[in-house]
Design a binder for this molecule. Structure first.
Ligand SMILES: NC(=O)c1ccc[n+]([C@@H]2O[C@H](COP(=O)([O-])OP(=O)(O)OC[C@H]3O[C@@H](n4cnc5c(N)ncnc54)[C@H](OP(=O)(O)O)[C@@H]3O)[C@@H](O)[C@H]2O)c1
Length: 399
């Protein structure tokens, strides 16, 4: 009987917890641990009484000793890190000390530098392998499902994939002039950074939001989208053999961009601490305190997301084009489990990744990205657990 420790009690963790409770055969026993224990207790109060036994705990996930003590006390088979990227390394250290499997949804970035990269976590490969434990990195939607889609395309439809465009469209409207759909600090650090894409073996860097395209998304309609750097580009550039170009585009509405530019211009998105009335504050953290909690957007958000991958390459010497994507409805997610679609599309794949590990379908010692495993059971689970996918062999290309 497996035991799973879920760290974090925010928007995405809420989905993971609900989905684990819908899947008691794989998750008969979970412990929810976070910085604020009352948030963990609120989930327990809502979901207790089913076939998944739930306990809760307080933990500071920046503190390796505290994590080790919690893991020794609860004895989980798997730790799911659904807190923030800042905690990836401390939780991995604690997993190593206790020989416990690990999963997360976002790669490490140091709090003081807005730069995420896999190098810090990939450095644990040998240690995890020697300890006989597995770490599954970036198992949300993007990264996560986008890597599974890539492995699926590679396995079934291509001899070589030459070009990949990842398109992340949120056609949802929460009615606020400005809010972010997941943790505001992490989100704003991501979208204000320079863009980049992989071409012919090199990174090409762009100014933030400098490359814009329009795309007509199934289920959503026409949207402006902008090229961003995104973490799965780094692992897919290594793991897709023969790849020549990978780009990532995300849609943004005009109101979001106008507010963001204004906040940037006055210094509110800066992560450099400033002196304010005798104390140091980080402007972006202050802004986070003012913005709506993403977990509270569920009841107000209408519309759909459409996230997917367009591949171009060759099979048996002939050119092939393949688009695979999921459409997710914000209000349906809310009706099902009380969350908006951004948390839902991240939390469901995290639960599925945990399921792949606990059932032994994806299990080997070391540190891995999702595209390194057989995509078929994961693809089947997406259809079963709320994120069905569609495919097209004649998609419109981005250009
Ligand atoms: N791959 C993808 O597709 C994707 C998409 C979206 C988000 N994500 C990732 O998903 C993760 C969660 O995002 P979210 O929107 O759910 O964030 P969130 O709502 O801010 O929740 C984060 C949770 O982590 C807890 N936490 C933060 N620091 C902690 C610490 N030191 N010790 C213990 N708990 C701590 C917070 O505690 P408090 O409640 O006390 O603040 C909160 O409950 C992030 O890593 C984000 O990057 C991935």
């Amino acid at each position: 009987m497996s035991r799973t420790l879920i760290i974090g009690a925010g928007g995405v963790a809420g989905v993971v917890i609900h989905k684990c409770c819908q899947n008691p055969e794989v998750f008969p026993d979970i412990c929810i641990a976070s910085r604020t224990k009352s948030k963990c207790d609120a989930f327990k109060a809502k979901l207790d009484g089913g076939r998944t036994a739930i306990t809760t705990a307080q933990v500071d996930a920046d503190n390796v000793d505290a994590l080790v003590a919690l893991i020794r006390a609860y004895k989980p088979d798997l730790v799911m890190n659904i807190a923030l990227p800042y905690q990836d390394l401390t939780i991995m250290e604690a997993c190593l000390a206790t020989r416990t499997h690990y999963l997360d949804t976002a790669n490490y970035e140091p709090p003081e530098t807005a730069k995420f990269e896999y190098k810090w976590q990939w450095a644990y490969r040998k240690k995890f392998e020697e300890a006989g434990i597995m770490a599954l990195l970036g198992c949300g939607f993007d990264p996560g499902v986008t890597g599974v889609f890539s492995a699926y395309a590679q396995k079934h439809y291509f001899d070589e994939i030459h070009r990949l465009d990842i398109l992340d469209c949120n056609g949802g409207d929460h009615g606020y002039p400005f809010a972010t759909n997941f943790n505001p600090e992490i989100n704003i650090r991501e979208v204000t950074a320079k863009g980049s894409y992989w071409e012919n073996g090199e990174w090409v860097e762009t100014e933030p939001m400098a490359i814009k395209r329009e795309y007509d998304f199934d289920g959503v309609g026409r949207k402006d989208m902008y090229l961003l750097h995104h973490e799965e580009l780094e692992s897919l550039a290594l793991n897709l053999k023969g790849i020549k170009r990978i780009r990532f585009f995300m849609t943004f509405g005009q109101s979001y961009l106008t507010h963001l530019k204004c906040l940037e211009n006055v210094g509110m998105t800066s992560i450099e601490p400033i002196d304010f009335q005798g104390q140091k504050i980080v402007p972006l953290q202050f802004l986070k305190a003012l913005l709506p909690d993403p977990a509270s957007l569920g009841p107000r958000t209408k519309g759909k997301t459409n996230i997917g991958c367009i591949f171009e390459g060759v099979k048996d010497g002939k050119p092939v084009c393949y688009y695979v994507y999921n459409i997710c409805d914000h209000q349906e997610c809310f009706r099902e489990i009380g969350s908006q679609a951004i948390s839902y599309t991240t939390g469901v794949p995290a639960m599925i990744g945990g399921m792949m590990m606990l059932t032994g379908k994806w299990m080997k010692p070391g540190v891995f990205n999702v595209e390194e495993f057989d995509p078929d059971p994961f693809m089947a689970a997406l259809n079963r657990w709320g994120l069905p996918w569609k495919e097209s062999f004649k998609p419109t290309l981005v250009g």
